[in-house]
Design a protein around this ligand. Sequence first.
Ligand code: NAP
Length: 288
Amino acid sequence: MGRAQNYDMDGSADQYAVVGHPVAHSLSPFIHSLFARQTGQSLTYRLMDVEPEQFAERVRGFFAGGGRGVNVTLPHKVRAAALASELTERARLAGAVNTLAARRDGTLLGDNTDGAGLVQDLTVNLGMPVTQRSILLIGAGGAARGVIAPLLALRPQRIVITNRTAERAAALAAVFAGLGEVQGCGFGDLDAQSFDLIVNATSASLTGALPEVPAGVFRADTFCYDMAYGRGDTPFVNWARELGCRRAVPGWGMLVEQAAESFRLWRGVRPLTAPVLTALAGRATPAG
Ligand code: NAP
């Protein structure tokens, strides 16, 4: 695999950024700087704090000025999908974009690497099989939507989407019904069901809260994954352990794996993620 071109005609390094609001807490510049060093790529990667009304103008300006790619985070992922000239199939299904890449003709390709990141972390890094397993996905926001198709592609026995606002879970299940066994319901409808894998895709952990699903959904051998991450264990991870689950992990691996997928799209090389996870574990990090 050839090394991607690193310098523009004027000798400046290729430019990348993460666009969000707020975005100061983002670890993406740190992660991508480690990927670049590891793969011998010369690039710059910066934070862009952009308010929703300015998203299209600022991102277009970044690319017009020679930018090669951006990661997109809250609250802009749906706006980014509208800005792209073309979407990958997984971004189209997710209805949201977390990665924009400039193409040779100046148009933008939109991708969503969140689902691939989760699947890679679960199945490769953590050794949790998905095929033929029963999955409870808690939450029906953008992150949940982005991971449903990649999980269904691994042919789980079923996915139950549950959400505080039950209608959103039902609506999401209806979108993906053609891809596999998927149902949507409210927290109160879960009684007497337990699962092999529970993925918390709510933002509850960010405020120290817990999604009020019945404790009975957890078994000792239920694998619990919280997409949220932060200093120490998240409230959801702690709760799962208190309920007796032997394996409960925060979403650091998904964060690094989705970043590696973005890096591959931009640079044509997939960096090793294990050294970056180790570096993150050794770094005092703010909640995010
Ligand atoms: P979002 O679109 O704002 O959706 C938030 C979801 O959380 C909704 O389903 C909402 O339910 C639910 N929720 C919020 N507070 C709750 C509470 N107290 N109890 C129960 N449910 C609650 O957010 P998102 O983009 O999907 O992000 C969700 C989480 O995933 C965040 O923590 C984010 O940091 C994380 N994430 C991690 C990665 C990673 O790489 N590790 C990648 C993407 C996202 P309602 O519909 O009822 O409001």
